[in-house]
Design a protein around this ligand. Structure first.
Ligand SMILES: C[S@@+](CC[C@H](N)C(=O)[O-])C[C@H]1O[C@@H](n2cnc3c(N)ncnc32)[C@H](O)[C@@H]1O
Length: 243
């Protein structure tokens, strides 16, 4: 059985690193357990409904289910329908293997609405904002389906600049990926979230020190990911926004 599962897993390209049990772990390009540790998720999601927007292989959806959520919906469109290099096959195989009841809805971020999906106690919006051409409009859509708590993770740029601002990447400036468009700085992110209806917005990741950003920028340059000067101004931040 493990051999069979192992070969089915190996036949797919994975974004997430998911422990499927029996020693089978997907070889995702994303260090998903490390990112999970930065989200400051509630230990228990018992009785909560959860929507995971841009779920891809579903690591964070399965984690919400593991933490006791009463209902979890994984939504995506871009990666599930060949917009990039991904597909929905990883999500489907992981869900089957984990015996998960996570539901799936094929829907683009810009089409989210209470009419289409209903509303959810907790919404995950992780690693998606910077992929969107219209981030403030997208946040309006995300807010419309959030009943209580939004957990958002994103690239932020212009770290340390107090004035709300966003960096625009018209080409491949961010991670060499032409599907990356905008990264706000933290004041802009807070301002946008308040503007779309969240009354309390809290960054749960620490403000990166200059020495951390220096080391991060060197690592980006060595790996050919982002130029030193650009990477020095960037980070990833996690925000909890409540209605
Ligand atoms: C970097 S992955 C993040 C996946 C997952 N939420 C996580 O945090 O690990 C970006 C996700 O955003 C979704 N997405 C939605 N709209 C997109 C767009 N216009 N361009 C690229 N990705 C988009 C992709 O399908 C993909 O699932």
């Amino acid at each position: 059985m493990q051999g069979d599962l192992g070969s089915r897993v190996a036949a797919l390209r994975w974004y997430h690193t998911i422990d499927l049990g029996d020693g089978v772990v997907t070889k995702g390009i994303d260090d998903s357990p490390l990112r999970l540790a930065r989200l400051d998720l509630p230990d228990s999601l018992a009785g909560q409904t959860v929507l995971d927007i841009g779920a891809w292989d579903g690591f964070f959806s399965f984690e919400a289910e593991r933490r006791g959520a009463s209902r979890v919906v994984a939504s995506d469109y871009f990666s599930w329908h060949g917009g990039g290099w991904g597909s929905k096959k990883g999500f489907e195989l992981a869900r089957q293997t984990l015996g998960s009841k996570v539901e799936d809805v094929d829907i683009d971020v810009m089409d989210l609405s209470p009419d289409r999906l209903g509303t959810f106690d907790v919404v995950f919006f992780l690693g998606v904002l910077y992929h969107l051409r219209h981030p403030l409009l997208a946040l309006e859509r995300v807010a419309s389906v959030t009943r209580k708590l939004l957990i958002l993770e994103t690239v932020v740029d212009m770290v340390g600049v107090d004035r709300p601002a966003a960096a625009f990447y018209p080409g491949r400036e961010l991670n060499g990926d032409p599907t990356n468009w905008w990264a706000p700085n933290v004041p802009a992110l807070h301002g946008m979230l308040r503007d779309v209806g969240f009354s309390e917005v809290r960054t749960v990741t620490p403000m990166p020190s200059a020495s951390y950003r220096f080391a991060r920028a060197i690592s980006h340059q060595v790996r050919g990911k982002n130029a030193f000067a650009q990477a020095f101004r960037q980070d990833r931040a996690v925000v909890h926004a409540t209605k």
